[in-house]
Design a protein around this ligand. Structure first.
Ligand SMILES: Nc1ncnc2c1ncn2[C@@H]1O[C@H](COP(=O)(O)OP(=O)(O)OP(=O)(O)O)[C@@H](O)[C@H]1O
Ligand SMILES: [Mg+2]
Length: 789
């Protein structure tokens, strides 16, 4: 019978050493395309298939959804091949199609359910779905399992609301985006609002701390987390609760991390706590049945703006390797052969990265032939650049029958660059897809549907309720919404409690109350069926009852049709989720689906095999490879970016990004720059990138003699005018007849106590708590309310 160890012959001796090193810590460092990810996936297969490790004991982490998907696919292939040999005695390809499908679907289950392969965010989300109820933050805030995950636009909505409406600040002086950035930074450094204030010691620091506090409250009131919390919270929970930590430590006996150079401190803390159960790695003495295996390349560290720190990679051996008494094996393996690129491409990459000073020299030898020279194109402008790409793709495909659109990638520095290229591709009818660009889950209609579902699943999620309270239009105006929100804030109860009470809604919403009540009715109806109705049925029901689908149909425009088919695609995703989780003890609930959706990226990824040109930013291209690569926009101020121009270490990071881009190419690499470019609305003369200057002439072929780079002096990127500051709600100062604490008699509800007085004079309303009917908001001018003497 074939053994998995036979497959190890597809590895070189160093890779094999890495794969077969079973317990203890191991670091694999190596340049691009040297088979790090391959070693990691083989190692997973080897642990399960040769070492008989239970898949549940394995955790493999990486940074992007696309990379995680790729990793799952590679592991699935290895498992399938092995299973086919041992069950049928022949290779997978020799099986009948239905046998292959059956085998693969069985393996797919193991890989997605037992084996944890995913991004840091998805891993943490899964942990929190088990244990979040055991967590309490420093101010006693708590969350429950139905938590929502707020994305960047939800977060900005909250921050803006706090700055403008809550604190009445000028958003021009305190730009929401900057404040958001400061808060995220503080969170990642585990700083509390008080510590932020202390550190800055000025008015701005006080404002940030203030917004930060309100923001934290708002998240917990909504039973929601942001992306920073997803990783921080498990770390804090592990510090707080030894039992929880010990459970996960025991479970993940083998931890594997790809792209380790991009870990930040929090992620490092999480990994260490899982590995050593809170002990310092040096003191940890139970390596007999566990391992931590990390692979990375410091030259590909490109996420310092998200606090990634490649010194963590460099410190691995010191942290985990040295000083261990049972360190009988080496704790580091180097891989020195590149299997991906032609030697011309590799030499270009190696020469470029050699200009960085903050690096450790390493060897990366080519194993493939010289290949063709790199073609460098100087375009007149961005349109000419796009036309060049399209022309080249057409020619390459005509001349080379083995090539197809799916083997071509276009990489750029910023998302904005894609538009012109897309336009030309559409004109020339070339199929393409944007990888990780406008995410499926960021589209308006998808966010609307998810908001409905989140509002149903999580009663505290006010942000979602507000998103759809008037979508489709139900004649619920801004004033009504403000009145409802104000009441919930003043009473300190979730908005839902107000919406769920007919009397209160009628009082506050007046003529709009019909729309509000209809909306609340739908949410209520499905909330009652949350645990009994399958997620797909629930989604369909809510979309029909809310009028959302009808509204799209009625619009009868191409755009609405598009949106309609996206909504259908989401429905398909829910069905798929249910199928994948159809086992007895599996989570098929709406809450389970929503957690996955919050973390998913581009749904286009699912059609992996389709034959389209891939377009993406350089950041999104990490870990991937393509036979043909176009690296565009090599201009000063664009790549390297203008922000990095006066900062040597930022330039080094841009250079690493360029290194990542070049090393994605297997056979052919095209690089281009334009002499003039319109970007962010301004037409600018562009100067070739300094990186072009650093590339050896003998490797390049070009449509022009290159001129030496001149620095791009200025970059006047004007910001769009900020919207006008909203006025805060007027505060009356009249005297009311009613005071808090007074008793009131209502014809139907009986005797109650006034708990709150809203507004004054004609606008006055009361919140009254009745022993049987609960809290109601009432307008004493409209309903008979008597005082009790
Ligand atoms: N020993 C080997 N023999 C033949 N091909 C190999 C070998 N190791 C890796 N490869 C191939 O080389 C290519 C690069 O491998 P892989 O993606 O694992 O590299 P990597 O080091 O992870 O690259 P990156 O740094 O870009 O993430 C892949 O196509 C892989 O299948
Ligand atoms: Mg890799």
């Amino acid at each position: 019978m074939a053994q998995f160890s036979d497959s190890l012959s597809h590895l070189n001796p160093s890779q094999r050493q890495a794969v077969e090193h079973v317990n203890g810590p191991l670091l694999v460092v190596a340049g691009a395309g040297s088979g790090k990810t391959r070693a990691l996936t083989f190692r997973i297969a080897n642990l399960v298939l040769s070492q008989r490790v239970d898949p549940e004991n394995i955790l493999a982490v990486t940074f992007t959804n696309k990379a995680a998907k790729e990793m799952k696919k590679r592991v699935e292939d290895l498992f399938a091949e092995q299973q086919s040999q041992s069950e049928f005695g022949k290779p997978l390809a020799a099986l009948k199609e239905y046998e292959q499908t059956k085998l693969r679907s069985r393996i797919y289950k193991t890989i997605t359910k037992d084996l944890w392969i995913g991004t840091f965010h998805s891993l943490c989300c899964r942990i929190l779905r088990f244990d979040i109820e055991k967590y309490k933050d420093d101010s006693g805030r708590t969350w429950d399992k139905t938590f929502s995950i707020f994305d960047e636009s939800d977060v900005m909505t909250i921050i803006k609301d706090i700055i403008i409406n809550k604190l009445n600040l000028d958003e021009k002086k305190f730009e929401p985006r900057n404040i958001r950035y400061a808060i995220s930074n503080a969170k990642n450094k585990a700083m509390s609002p008080a510590e932020v204030e202390q550190e800055q010691q000025n008015y701005r620091g006080r404002v940030i701390a203030d917004v930060y506090t309100h923001y934290l409250n708002r998240l917990s009131e909504n039973n929601a987390l942001d992306f920073d919390d997803l990783i921080l919270m498990p770390v804090k929970l592990f510090r707080q609760n030894e039992q929880v930590r010990a459970y996960w430590h025991k479970r993940f006996r083998h931890i594997l991390v790809d792209e380790y150079q991009d870990t930040n401190r929090t992620q490092y803390d999480l990994l260490t706590m899982l590995t050593t159960n809170g002990k310092s790695p040096k003191q940890f003495d139970d390596w007999a049945h566990r391992s931590i295996f990390v692979v990375g390349d410091a030259d590909q560290s490109i996420y310092s703006f998200r606090s990634a720190d490649f010194t963590i990679l460099m410190g691995f051996q010191q942290d985990f390797g040295d000083g261990r008494e049972d360190a009988d094996t080496e704790s580091m393996v180097k891989l020195e052969e590149n299997y991906r690129s032609t030697s011309n491409i590799l030499e270009l990459a190696n020469t470029l990265i050699d200009n960085n000073t903050e690096r450790i020299d390493k060897i990366l030898k080519a194993t493939r032939g010289e290949g063709e020279r790199i073609y460098s194109y100087r375009a007149d402008n961005e349109i000419d650049e796009a036309e060049f790409i399209v022309r080249q793709v057409e020619t390459l495909l005509r001349r080379n029958p083995d090539l197809s659109y799916g083997k071509v990638a276009i990489l750029y520095r910023t998302n904005a660059q894609s538009r012109v290229i897309e336009q030309v591709m559409v004109e020339r009818q070339l199929p393409y897809r944007i990888v990780g660009g406008m995410r499926f889950y960021d589209r308006r209609e998808i966010k609307d549907v998810l908001a409905y579902l989140r509002a149903i699943a999580n009663p505290a999620d006010t942000v979602s309720l507000l998103r759809v309270i008037n979508t489709p239009k139900r004649k619920v105006g801004k004033t009504t919404v403000e009145a409802l929100v104000r009441a919930s804030l003043e009473l300190g109860v979730p908005l839902w409690e107000i919406l769920n009470d007919e009397t209160s809604v009628k009082t506050l919403a007046g003529r709009s109350s019909k729309g509000v009540l209809a909306f609340a009715e739908v949410i209520k109806k499905y909330r009652e069926q949350l645990t009994t109705m399958p997620a797909s049925e629930l989604a369909q029901g809510v979309l029909e009852d809310s009028g959302y689908l009808d509204d799209l149909k009625r619009q009868n425009t191409e755009e609405a049709e598009n949106r309609f088919s996206n909504v259908q695609e989401l429905y398909n995703a829910i069905l798929q989720f249910e199928e994948e989780n159809s086992g007895e003890d599996e989570d098929q609930s709406l809450v389970g689906f929503l957690a996955g959706a919050a973390l998913a990226s581009d749904m286009d990824d699912s059609s992996e095999d389709d034959n389209r040109i891939s377009m993406m930013t350089l950041h999104a291209s990490k870990g991937l490879e393509f036979p043909v690569v176009f690296l565009v926009g090599l201009e000063q101020g664009l790549f390297p970016s203008f922000r990095s121009l006066d900062d040597p270490s930022a330039i080094e990071e841009e250079r690493r990004l360029c290194y990542v881009g070049i090393t994605r190419a297997q056979e052919r690499l095209f690089i281009s720059h334009a002499c003039e470019r319109r970007l962010y609305g301004n037409r600018e003369i562009a100067t070739p990138s300094l990186f072009l200057d650093e590339m050896p002439e003998n490797l390049l072929e070009s449509n022009t003699v290159r001129s030496r780079a001149k620095r791009w002096e200025t970059s006047d990127i004007s910001k769009p005018a900020a919207p006008k500051t909203k006025r805060s709600m007027p505060q009356g100062s009249g005297i009311t007849d009613w005071v808090v604490g007074e008793k009131a008699v209502h014809d139907s509800f009986g005797v109650g106590q006034v708990t709150h007085v809203f507004g004054t004079g004609k606008k006055m309303c009361l919140a009254v708590k009745f022993p049987t009917a609960g809290q109601k908001i009432l307008d004493p001018k409209l309903v008979p309310l008597r005082k009790v003497e």
